[in-house]
Design a protein around this ligand. Structure first.
Ligand code: TXA
Ligand code: MG
Length: 358
């Protein structure tokens, strides 16, 4: 259906022709399970020397820099065009390294780290002075996680420094779940991209603030509130404070304040299967992408790109961003998404779709 690889190849060729003077971004293929030690060593050296390396995690690709090197971290903000007010997640390889990065280590952090690390849970804990202000956006807390992707873990162990890494996309663009997505957004701005194929999770980590009692869910992600509550009891979930009036809610993660996680095309969600809306937009001459579950109708308007999505939340999450990236690359102007059910397993997907639709 989608010949993304060719689009990627062509853009690569074009970029080399049109921007001969931009920084040369190297792209290295690595085995996702057993990355070659010499490639990992090369990437680790770049990080230790203050350069930027994009690497796969089990959620999305990250844009990494040595978290203790202020100048290196500054390059992340420049490459992404990210506002200085939005703090970064610091990635480490061991719980001990995480503890050393925290001013204090709440008991609840230890319980959660034992249960979910390595994995897609980010913990917000009190921050010590030795972490540069730029990482935490001058805040009193720092966000930390141990990723479970073998390439990320190998890189963190070899680098032997904490690695600050936001998603490897330009600010306000979609997070990348494949190396091609990183290339298209950040070529010429990052020294090395490690290409280990698609990220298995496909959505960003769950962010949980454990400096408050009860802990606050700042961003839903692949670890569900039910899994966390099963261990530590009730969480404060922002959207449950007053779902009708988001403005009345306490401040959440700085990165969650504005429109985020959006494709280039205008995205809208429908309560039904979306077909009527798709027909209306196509009739007006728009090229439309349509994410739905229905198999019917077999035949759609010639300007409609229909994508039949997986019916379980895990598989849907893994495919969502890649599908939106593909539709953008095909030049669709509008994207219509049939909203998934309201049950908790779909919380993170619905959250991202809501943000993508602004
Ligand atoms: O899955 C992920 O979390 C990926 C991979 C690369 O680890 N990273 C990622 O980073 O999504 P980023 O920067 O795109 O999103 C991090 C989120 C932002 O919403 C940011 O505001 C929030 O975490 N955050 C970071 N530090 C924080 C802190 N100290 N307090 C509250 N929120 C924080
Ligand atoms: Mg991001």
């Amino acid at each position: 259906m989608l010949c993304y690889y060719n689009i990627f190849r062509n853009s690569l060729k074009k970029e080399r022709q049109t921007h001969p003077l931009s920084m040369r971004t190297q792209l290295r293929k690595v085995d996702p399970e057993n990355p070659a030690p010499e490639i990992i060593a090369e990437a680790a050296n770049l990080l230790r020397n203050g350069e930027l390396v994009a690497f796969p995690t089990e959620t999305v690709y990250g844009l990494g820099a040595n978290a203790l090197d202020e100048q290196a971290v500054r390059k992340i903000f420049q490459a992404k065009g990210r506002p200085a007010s939005n703090p970064l997640i610091v990635h480490v390889a061991t719980i001990q390294a995480a503890q050393e990065l925290a001013e204090t280590w709440p008991k609840i952090a230890q319980t959660l780290a034992d249960a979910f690390w390595p994995g897609s849970l980010t913990l917000v804990v009190p921050r010590p002075d030795r972490i540069p202000d730029i990482v935490t956006a001058n805040g009193s807390t720092v966000a930390i996680r141990i990723p479970s992707h073998p390439v990320a873990l190998a890189l963190l162990l070899a680098a032997d420094v904490p690695v600050a890494a936001p998603s490897a996309n330009r600010s306000n663009h979609l997070s990348p779940t494949q190396a091609e997505h990183v290339w298209n957004d950040l070529q010429g701005k990052v020294d090395l991209i490690l290409d280990a194929g698609p990220c298995p999770g496909g959505l960003e980590s769950t962010v949980l603030d454990v400096t408050t009692n009860p802990p606050r869910l700042l961003r839903p992600g692949l670890v569900s509130p039910a899994e966390i509550e099963g261990l530590i009891g009730s969480l404060l979930q922002m959207d449950k404070v007053n779902p009708e009036n988001p403005e009345s809610q306490p401040r959440r993660s700085p990165g969650m304040m504005s429109k985020h996680y959006a494709p280039q095309a205008v995205l809208e969600c429908t309560q039904d299967d979306g077909w009527q809306r798709v027909e209306d937009l196509a009739a007006k001459g728009h090229k439309v992408g349509w994410l739905t579950w229905t198999n019917s109708p077999e035949q759609t308007h010639s300007t409609v790109e229909k994508v039949t999505m997986p019916i379980n939340a895990k598989d849907y999450s893994a495919r969502l961003y890649a599908t939106l990236h593909d539709l953008d690359a095909m030049g669709v102007q509008r994207i219509v998404v049939a909203l998934p059910p309201q049950s908790e397993e779909w919380l993170a997907v619905r959250d991202r779709l809501r943000r993508a639709s602004g």
